[in-house]
Design a protein around this ligand. Structure first.
Ligand SMILES: NC(=O)c1ccc[n+]([C@@H]2O[C@H](COP(=O)([O-])OP(=O)(O)OC[C@H]3O[C@@H](n4cnc5c(N)ncnc54)[C@H](O)[C@@H]3O)[C@@H](O)[C@H]2O)c1
Length: 332
């Protein structure tokens, strides 16, 4: 195993949900972190919370801006590229916006990283690159066919391809982490999971807090044990841990890709029950029809990252994962 030394790491999108948790874990592990974020979708409060934990450099700006990047990358060991737009519905409405921010910005950042001899570049990708594989083709492995069903997933495939070419040309060490459904918050309460977005856990928490009247479950007659759809949920701190483990192992050569999921399916009904358990009361649920294009079940085969990086999710139990979401939503 490579020796662990303190590294200088650029975290793009570090004022957002996943990037801030990665920045926190990097700092806890003794690395030196610089964050670039436009704050368009992240918040200054997140940066303040991080800076209260230790010295983190923050630059407000676009990580596709060469003039900002150049001085920063002069002395950087690694880049973790979280900055992106990541809303499927929005990507369908504004595909060009996704192409620009998720692909063109990645190209500029990658070229600038090569120019400044940064050793490694890790990209946040998504299980959306697999599209909607048929029920016979699960769990998905890193070799499952790529068939993004929306411009968001397509933009991540294109960004992955940029990194693959750079690795093949021997320009830089690159790697991709394809996350499944991320949830949870830092257990020590430093950071908070955003609950304004349309994710299932957020919707359940908003319902439990009384901020929305009902919660619709789309599809209750799937061929699954409780009739609701099954997905792979992974805790945000485990995602951060995967990045740290990857940074120690990444090297020049063919680009490596890893699925980052808990490795088993968790039903929509189990998530609702976990939020009810954390809240101590029920949530009013409406049973709706399945949404067009939704599949009954998808989860990750995570054996590759386990065997090659020695990573394994510390959070396996959905009640424990959701308890961290609830704690964050109900504390200062
Ligand atoms: N959250 C999930 O469930 C999930 C799942 C799979 C993959 N991902 C990927 O993880 C990454 C982070 O997702 P997130 O949920 O934390 O999103 P987020 O919106 O919370 O964070 C993204 C951050 O990037 C910033 N940003 C966007 N474009 C920028 C640019 N050009 N320059 C500088 N800053 C910019 C935003 O202001 C925001 O703070 C994304 O690449 C996303 O595709 C997330």
């Amino acid at each position: 195993m490579a020796e662990r030394t303190s590294k200088k790491v650029l975290v793009t999108g570090g004022a957002g949900y996943v990037g801030s948790h990665a920045a926190l874990e990097l700092m806890r592990a003794g690395h030196r972190v610089t964050i670039i974020d436009t704050l368009e979708r992240g918040s200054a409060a997140v940066i303040e919370r991080l800076q209260a934990q230790g010295p983190i450099e923050f630059i407000q700006g676009d990580c596709g801006d060469h003039s900002i990047l150049s001085p920063v990358l002069e002395d950087m060991d690694a880049i973790m590229h979280f900055a992106a737009y990541a809303k499927i519905d929005e990507s369908v409405k504004f595909p060009d916006m996704y192409e620009k921010n998720n692909v063109d910005v990645t190209r500029i950042l990658l070229d600038c990283a090569v120019e400044h001899d940064v050793a490694s570049f890790m990209l946040s990708s998504t299980c959306a690159v697999y599209g909607t594989p048929s029920d016979t083709k699960r769990p998905v492995t890193e070799n499952s066919p790529l068939a993004a069903a929306n411009p968001y997933g397509q933009s991540k495939i294109s960004a992955e391809n940029l990194l693959r070419s750079a690795a093949e040309e021997g320009r830089i060490a690159t790697g991709v982490l394809r996350y499944f459904n991320v949830l949870g918050s830092d257990e020590q309460g430093v950071l908070k999971e955003p609950i304004e977005d349309p994710r299932l856990v957020s919707a359940c928490i908003q319902s439990a807090l009384g901020n929305r009247e009902t919660l619709t479950v789309y599809g209750t007659e799937y061929d699954t044990p409780d009739g609701t759809a099954i997905r792979d949920f992974v805790h945000v701190t485990d995602i951060a841990g995967a990045h740290l483990a990857f940074m120690e192992a990444i090297e020049k050569g063919p680009m490596r890709i890893y699925n980052v999921g808990c490795g088993h399916g968790i039903s929509v009904r189990s998530i609702i029950k976990a939020v009810e358990k954390a809240a101590g009361h029920g949530i009013p649920v409406i049973e709706g029809d399945p949404r067009k294009g939704d599949i009954s079940a998808i989860w990750a085969d995570n054996s590759l990252i386990r065997s090659e990086l020695g990573w394994e999710p510390r959070y396996q139990d959905i009640n424990r994962m959701v308890a961290t979401s609830w704690q964050a939503a109900t504390s200062d």
